[in-house]
Design a protein around this ligand. Structure first.
Ligand code: HEC
Length: 214
């Protein structure tokens, strides 16, 4: 009798584990297809802007990199950083300088605009976590001086593996369990939305509104 019950429990458990493995495998496949699409290649319209090279613009650009919190993610030297939660996610916040592993050496002006404003990287991939949906509304002037500053950065070597989702992250994606912020912004930006002309910096309602919107 006991033997029969044990055998029965064994069969039920075996089936349950089998079902769980199957569910994991299915979610993993759906998650991988979804992730490859989200983090895949995008073709977005890029309008070129003027990028000055004078010292005053570069200084203003550094100020913008600070208040727009670029440095909080990309680090104080903008040479990037890397974090990994084993099995879940490998997150590389890119090196923006012209040192080894940085995009600064090869980026064209168009590449900078595409990444910051549209959330699409130098390799045409949708950028995860990078908050371009807010940077989209930076005025042409502010974006221009910001890029002037990025192009002036001293080179720092920092090579990192690319951003990727681990098996657990891929399973969590179709279940809607990944933080919203990780989803590449390119999918939610209206790439044709009009941008406001930035009002003159100062203690005015207009400038306050511009800061709040971006
Ligand atoms: C919340 C963190 C965060 C903030 C804030 C942030 N970034 Fe990023 N940025 C990222 C991550 C993460 C990536 C790479 C994502 C990937 O590889 O999928 C990225 C990618 C980029 C890239 C693309 C590099 C390439 O591969 O072509 C550029 C350029 C960039 N960021 C510039 C900026 C600038 C300029 C600012 C401030 C205006 C800024 N970022 C603010 C997280 C951030």
């Amino acid at each position: 009798m006991i033997r029969k019950i044990l055998k029965w429990i064994g069969i039920v458990l075996g089936n349950l584990i089998g079902l769980l493995v199957l569910a994991f495998a299915i979610l993993y496949i759906i998650g991988t297809v979804k992730w490859n699409k989200l983090h895949g290649k995008y073709d977005v319209p890029v309008e070129m802007i003027t990028i000055s090279t004078d010292q005053a613009s570069i200084a203003r650009g550094e100020h913008i990199a600070t208040i727009r919190i670029c440095k909080e993610c990309h680090t104080e030297t903008l040479s990037g950083q890397f974090a990994t939660v084993p099995g879940l996610v490998t997150l590389s916040i890119p090196n923006l300088t012209s040192g080894a592993g940085g995009v600064g050496d090869t980026n064209t002006d168009e590449d900078w605009v595409r990444a910051i404003r549209h959330g699409v990287g130098h390799d045409d991939r949708g950028l995860a976590l990078m908050p371009s949906r807010v940077f989209y509304y930076l005025s042409d002037h502010d974006l221009g001086v910001l890029i002037a500053y990025l192009k002036s950065l001293p080179p720092v070597d920092n090579e990192m593996p690319p951003t990727d989702l681990g098996p657990l992250g891929r399973v969590m994606l179709p279940l809607g369990q990944l933080p919203e912020a990780i989803v590449p912004n390119v999918t939610v930006i209206d790439h044709y939305a009009p941008r406001l002309v930035a009002p003159k910096p100062g203690v005015t309602v207009e400038y306050g509104e511009y800061l709040a919107n971006t």
